[in-house]
Write a protein that binds this ligand. Structure first.
Ligand code: SF4
Length: 367
């Protein structure tokens, strides 16, 4: 065992595996893990916790991006209202339903209905779609449609939606304010609390590599997600879109995202953590590595052509997403089996079971 692995990182990893809370400095240290033995030890520890807490199953959650309209102007997103250079669309209800049936045939147990913040989809319209999908497919339904009122969240829940994704994007109040003109982090957090109160399984998460973001900010993201008891955590790299104010900034790297996934697994234990599409856009191999660093969810894109290429939150997503949608479930099964994993067959709700890996975190075993 090398001196590097028996150092500070090892003792922090052992503390995390034993179930002790990590403080901000310790989280910063793990997030800063360097290439080589440090990252190897971090990912191995996260993989052990993943195995003990959520098992070997990888759950497929099929996404349908049903509307590319958005009233907001997030500085990093190609769908922002002020971007006049993208094609906006709304997918007809019948087509949404037929895609939901297709993704069920392809081993997905959950449909994720995602859109910009589009007021066209009022409570009545959206509840009608939710009820039809529930009645005709019995899929678990996840909504990812932005900030709404308590009354709307309640109506969607009663109509049959059981999960909701709403990323907080960054835990830095200043950064949040600068990226989301006219909006405050507190409003986002208030929505997440409402969703928890209504009994949704709640997903949140952040972008890694934003201009002006520090590693300490990422540690605050980890602590915020843990503190809010978030059930599903999505983390993706910043990818600049030319039609946005951040279009000329460099993309975030995949390494910091993998470190973040691993730390989130160690800190939150039994949450559901996807290997995100954005990671695969930067580097398809990085998404495979994410499954060896704590991830347990895969979200294939089932948005039909031609819409999938129009849902341009960042460039390069369309072709990658299209390729995934064309893959068969047996293709996923082969891919996952090669990693010693298998497709999850249930709905994949958070189990909240107590879990402690039996082995130690350093390559080579116990010290
Ligand atoms: S990140 Fe979401 S809310 Fe912000 S502009 Fe894009 S689609 Fe709209």
């Amino acid at each position: 065992m090398s001196a590097t692995c028996t150092s500070e990182i090892t003792s922090i990893l052992e503390k995390a595996i034993e179930g002790a809370e990590l403080d901000r400095d310790e989280i910063v240290r793990l997030l800063s893990a360097r290439d080589g033995e440090e990252k190897e030890a971090l990912y191995k520890a996260a993989d052990e916790v993943r195995k003990a807490c959520v098992g070997d199953e990888i759950y497929l959650r099929g996404i349908i991006e049903f509307s590319a309209y958005c009233r907001r102007n997030c500085h990093y997103c190609g769908l922002r209202a002020q971007n006049r250079d993208i094609h906006r669309y709304r997918i007809p209800d019948e087509e949404i339903l037929s895609r939901a049936k297709l993704l069920k045939e392809r081993s997905c147990t959950t449909v994720v209905l995602q859109s910009g913040e589009d007021a066209y989809y009022n409570t009545e319209r959206l509840c009608r779609i939710i009820r039809r999908i529930k009645d005709e497919t019995a899929l678990a339904i996840t909504l990812s449609i932005g900030e709404r009122s308590y009354g709307e969240y309640e109506a969607f829940r009663e109509a049959g939606a059981e999960r909701y994704l709403l990323r907080h994007e960054t835990a830095s109040r200043e950064l949040y304010r600068s990226l989301h003109p006219g909006h405050e982090l507190e409003d986002r957090i208030a929505c997440l609390r409402m969703l928890k109160r209504l009994g949704y399984e709640v997903g949140s998460g952040c972008i890694v590599g934003l201009p002006g973001q520090s590693i300490a900010d990422l540690a605050d993201d980890v602590l915020l997600l843990k503190g809010l008891d978030i059930d599903m955590i999505g983390v993706g790299p910043f990818i600049p879109h030319p039609g946005t104010p951040l279009g000329s900034h460099p993309a975030g790297g995949t390494g910091p995202v993998l470190n973040m996934l691993a730390v989130l697994r160690l800190v939150t234990k039994d949450t559901n953590i996807p290997a995100t599409t954005a990671l695969g856009v930067l580097d398809p191999e990085a998404r495979r590595r994410a499954f060896a660093a704590g991830a347990n969810v895969f979200m294939p894109n089932f948005t039909p052509d031609p819409y999938t290429a129009y849902y341009e939150i960042y460039p390069g997503k369309g072709p990658e997403a299209g390729a995934i949608a064309k893959a068969s479930d047996s293709g996923y099964a082969v891919l996952f089996e090669g990693m010693g994993r298998r497709i999850g067959t249930g709905y994949g709700y958070r189990t909240r079971k107590a879990c402690t890996p039996e082995t130690q975190s350093c390559p080579g075993g116990p010290q």
